[in-house]
Design a protein around this ligand. Structure first.
Ligand code: P6P
Length: 333
């Protein structure tokens, strides 16, 4: 498809036409997510001007002080989706409980989970942040008992994507037929196809770990990172932004590995399975890479509760395969 003049709406319609049974429900969901993220982008890009910086009064489910933009972004995502009649329920990093569709709105056959503004601790220092989302088909009756809708592995995903609020605002998503990137032209308010059929390099030269956690890692993880650091034939460089979407997006385009493993203080690591690891794992697998928790493919893990954490090692096949070999003690540098 012609890059540069294809907007997201046209791309979605072209894709929809490839599926004769498609009703347009999915197309509308993605368009509404894109709309919410345009609104979020506007606020993120003026946060330094309008006094939207600083801490919101309350804290989120994880005891972290909610930045006002966190709260705002969460509200925008919910408002964009709750009334369209295509969803059975939603799940958000910012809400402890499942978000039900109000009774006065019709329900639909999809479930959407999202981290409305990941990396929010970076807002005040003007570092790129992002929205992460994933779309499932509902498997419940969608009356009560929708909890089971959120206990689906990534193998059931219909779509997953993220929006990166960086030097430009970019939406990257997959519906299981490759990964495509759309860059927001703020002058016309449209996401334009800019990165068609993104493919992850088989290997890279970037490793992205928070090495401040080094002393809490297992010896196997320490050996792996030391190996990358000392591998003279490949000359790795360390890059760590501390904003998952930004670290992920750089590696998706350039190759390499991002890791937030478990450690002696947080055995399950810090990142969330349902609305961080699984969506990114779906994207990376569609782009030719892979994601593991160290023992199994992230996409094979069935979530047991909305906010559970998981170790996440994600990136190019070479670096992730090497990690798995280190975890099994099969290799030493
Ligand atoms: P640490 C940001 O708070 C976040 O959730 C992710 O965006 C990021 O990858 C991670 O935490 C950074 O965590 O412990 O390295 O600051």
């Amino acid at each position: 498809m012609e890059v540069g003049v294809t907007n997201l709406g046209r791309y979605l319609l072209e894709e929809q036409r490839k599926h004769p049974q498609a009703t347009g429900d999915f197309t509308l969901i993605i368009e509404q997510i894109a709309f919410a993220c345009k609104v979020i982008s506007r606020e993120v890009n003026k946060a330094g001007i309008v006094n939207i910086l600083g801490k919101a009064k309350n804290v989120n489910v994880h005891g972290e002080e909610q930045q006002k933009l966190d709260v705002y972004s969460n509200r925008k995502m919910i408002q964009a989706l709750d009334h369209i009649g295509k969803l059975c329920a939603m799940g958000s990093e910012e809400d402890e409980e499942i978000i039900r569709i109000p009774d006065h709105y019709p329900k639909g056959k999809y479930v959407v989970v999202f981290d409305p503004l990941d990396g929010s601790s970076n807002i005040d220092v003007n570092i790129s942040i992002g929205t992460i989302f994933a779309v499932y088909r509902s498997i419940s009756s969608c009356k009560e008992g929708v909890e089971e809708d959120f206990k689906q592995s990534g193998r059931n995903l219909v779509a997953a994507g993220y929006v990166l609020y960086g030097s430009s605002t970019m939406l990257v998503y997959t519906a299981g037929n490759g990964v495509n990137g759309f860059t927001l032209d703020p002058n016309i308010g449209e996401f334009l196809l800019s990165h068609e059929n993104i493919k992850m390099p088989e290997s890279g030269k970037i490793y992205s770990f928070n090495e401040a956690n080094y002393n809490r890692w297992t010896p196997e993880i320490q050996n792996y990172v030391n190996c990358l650091r000392n591998m003279t034939e490949r000359q790795y460089t360390g890059r760590y932004i501390g904003s998952l979407v930004a670290d992920f997006h750089r590696n998706l385009l350039k190759g390499g590995v991002f890791g937030y493993p478990g450690d002696s203080k947080n055995p399950k690591g810090k990142l969330r399975l349902l609305y961080e690891a699984i969506p990114l794992a779906f994207i990376i697998e569609q782009a030719g890479g892979q994601a593991t928790d160290g023992e199994q493919n992230i996409l094979d893990i069935v979530p047991e509760e909305l906010h559970q954490r998981t170790p996440l090692i994600i990136g190019s096949n070479y670096e992730v395969d090497l990690y798995k070999q280190y975890m099994k003690g099969e290799v030493k540098c």
